[in-house]
Design a protein around this ligand. Sequence first.
Ligand SMILES: [Zn+2]
Length: 455
Amino acid sequence: MQILHAQQALTAAGWQDDITISIGSDGRIAAIGPIDQPPDTRVDLVLPAPVNLHSHSFQRAMAGLTERRGDDPTDSFWTWRKLMYRFLDQLTPDHVEAIAAMVFVEMLEAGYGAVGEFHYLHHGPGGVAYDNPAELAARVATAAGQAGIGLTLLPVLYHQGGCDGRALGGGQQRFGNGPEAYARLHDASARIISDGPSDWTIGVAPHSLRAVSPAALSDVVEMGANGPIHMHLAEQIAEVEDVQAHLGARPAGWLLSNHDVDDRWCLIHATQMTPQETADLAKSGAVVGLCPITESNLGDGIFNGTAYLSKGGSFGVGSDSNVHIGLFEELATLEYSQRLRDRSRAAMALPGKSVGRTLFDRLAHGGSQAAGRDSGTLAVGQLADIVGLSTNNPWVCGRRGDTALDSLIFAGHGRDCITDVWSAGRHVVQDGRHLKRDAVERAFMATMADLSGDL
Ligand SMILES: [Zn+2]
């Protein structure tokens, strides 16, 4: 049993002062309330540690390498994707593991308790299979175990190069699996997860409507049965046009008419949606996976956030390309995108509520739903995914409750206020630093020295 004392805590019952949280050896919250024992840890303020619901960890190693303008006058997501394919062709299993470990350490230090790893890198260069079809999934899991992060592993099916069913291009061959190979990969991945900590789980991830045929999508959804189903939905206009030309409808509209989209689904980058699609998706019960920093970095466009929120839609956030891993910055970026578009303020706040509180409540709930994880709120029986913060600093001093949350998100330095993070009771960040940071950082830097940054 670990005991933690907080001066302020955002619990399932709202803000509470001066409370004690007991964490059982099963990694769950055993009690909240007065307890007759001195605490192991004292913190100023605690929040539920949200799930980072969408990550491609290997892409962290190319952060900063794609910010030059190339010869192509229309530098875009698609030119970035070419560079990404070139970069990933160098990666060995050891590289994949070292990069993922660094990413997971950074996520924990940023205040996330768990990650949904949308894992699509399966084979060696040129698509040559490893002896173990889940070799790279195993490396990601090893990294998650080393970091102590909660893991929802999402093995990805990617079997065509576009909606017309064309073969995979050169850079895509490391992702490719037919339906049978995917079933084998998923079985092997499920064994890895069941051998891991009890809070880990697995889902399915049909990559997108451009990379998965309608028939294969139905098969994968059936295979996923009761677990999370994650899919990229509508990130780019060219993707919307491709889907429309071949399936006769826009991606969100097509999916909602052809599948029973419900609370098992997490749809990543629902950027390109009509008002009708936005309202229909909000009503479906699915979580939309927003990645505001990556979407800004790639110039994807602006999510219909205010309309979606007004219809009661669920969402969470993910760091996707991991170009920058920052929980509070994701929320500020989302809010600012709405303000810039509408020339407004407090765009994503529900009436009478603060922006920070509205966003944080939604993201904590949506992330956990998307990950199939018992977390997102501080309540007895929930996994102890907890972030502890100091208010003894220039950015939050004297602030309480929702105002403290707004300050963490908008005043900068939210990350600098984090002192402690627990993932399912694993107290992996202490004094603002992950306990294994030094070793993980050394391996990551050795990997970076191996990789050519000349894309
Ligand atoms: Zn993605």
